[in-house]
Design a protein around this ligand. Structure first.
Ligand SMILES: *Cc1c(COP(=O)(O)O)cnc(C)c1O
Length: 377
């Protein structure tokens, strides 16, 4: 049996949780939270990071920081996870879906400008598979139209665009440490702040709308309800687990890249035979091998291919049902222009098993069965 995913454990998670237990602070914003945040700031170059209990929570914080009010529009792809849209809908915002590029499956920067209206407030750049959007073009459009850029870098820890960490390029960025991502804490996430204007308010929103962070630093002599906010911070047990993972981020990324590259090499003949297309990584992106997908040629039934893999004990999976065609997407959002690429590619995409410990023979077997399903091996 070859599962789709198997969470990686660094080995020190329990030791760090034991340390948190001994320190006696189990609520959030303690020693381990602070160490994780320093690690993220050092690694990504963001001004300030705040751990959250999920990437969803970090996106909700972005919507508050962006001042999204009812009717405000936020441009984003439809080919993304629900939280990218939900975070803004919760504040009355309207997601405006724009089609994706056929090569990277990321927001098509050439279609953004036509979707801008007087109500547009922000652009959300989702880095699918840890492969970067064209951030130069997106930042340039945002500058000219005075919009905020939020990077949904849920899948992008350890990926770069022109040498800069994903999540550190837009005004705000978000990361996920959900069990399915590269670096995990079960559920978990982080907000990356790249514009000094947001730092103070972000800490307040994070700590239930209070200035408790400033109080703990000794900047103020009592803490107060200052603004809207919620409880967005994880407890120290989660942060302790996460620190053990972050410390291994480099070697574990290298191991994933090794698996990714092996698939890429083994699948080359299938691409040459015209039965599938392999992922495209632009030259200015250093990617983290978050996932390996193939796009089946239009004549194949994806359902039949997945079934054949499953019959051989291989779990391969599709990905997003585009948000514009989901019930809530129709109710809360609108689309700008055709989403033909989103509709087409989302129906042909298959993600292959990729996890640390996956063996070369197993990968060869996956490719063999896939080739048989596509009648070329
Ligand atoms: C995983 C993911 C999220 C949500 O992350 P959580 O930590 O589970 O909230 C959001 N956006 C994208 C693109 C994701 O892949």
């Amino acid at each position: 049996m070859i599962p789709f995913n198997r969470p990686f454990l660094s080995g020190r998670e329990i030791e760090y949780i034991r340390q948190a237990h001994q320190l006696g602070q189990l609520a959030g914003n303690g020693k381990f939270t602070s160490e994780c945040q320093h690690w993220l700031e050092h690694k990504t170059g963001c001004i300030k990071s705040l751990l959250t209990h999920s990437c969803t929570a970090a996106l909700e914080m972005c919507a508050i920081l962006a001042g999204i009010a009812p009717g405000d529009e936020v441009i984003m792809p439809s080919f993304t996870f629900v939280s990218t849209a939900n975070a803004f809908v919760l504040r009355g915002g309207v997601p405006v879906f724009v089609d994706i590029r056929p090569d990277t499956l990321n927001l098509d920067e050439a279609r953004i400008e036509a979707a801008i209206t007087p109500r547009t407030r922000a652009i959300v750049a989702v880095h699918y598979a840890g492969v970067s959007c064209d951030m130069d073009a997106i930042m340039d459009i945002a500058r000219r139209h005075d919009l905020l850029v939020i990077e949904d870098a849920a899948q992008g820890l350890m990926s770069t665009h022109k040498g800069r960490a994903l999540g550190s390029i837009g005004h705000l960025g978000t990361l996920s440490f959900h069990e399915t991502k590269n670096v995990i804490s079960g559920e978990g996430g982080a907000l990356l702040i790249n514009s000094a204007d947001f730092v103070e308010r972000a800490e307040i929103i994070w700590e239930k709308g209070t200035n408790r962070s400033r109080f703990f630093r000794g900047d103020v002599d009592k803490y107060n309800w200052i603004d809207v906010g919620s409880s967005y911070l994880p407890g120290e047990i989660t942060a302790a687990f996460l620190l053990a993972q972050l410390e291994q981020a480099e070697p574990l990324t290298a191991k994933r890249q090794h698996c990714w590259q092996l698939y890429h090499d083994l699948l080359e003949p299938l691409e040459a035979a015209g039965v599938l297309r392999r992922p495209v990584v632009p030259g200015d992106c250093g990617h983290n091998a978050h996932l390996y997908y193939v796009l089946l040629a239009p004549l194949f039934s994806r359902r039949a291919v997945l079934k054949q893999l499953d019959d051989h004990g291989i779990t391969a999976v599709f990905h997003y049902v585009p948000l514009h065609s989901s019930p809530a997407g129709r109710r809360f959002a609108r689309s700008h222009g055709t989403l033909a690429t989103t509709d087409d590619l989302s129906e042909r995409l298959v993600r292959l098993p990729l996890w640390i410990g996956l063996e070369e023979q197993q990968q060869r077997f996956v490719v063999k069965v896939l080739g048989e399903a596509l009648h070329v091996l």
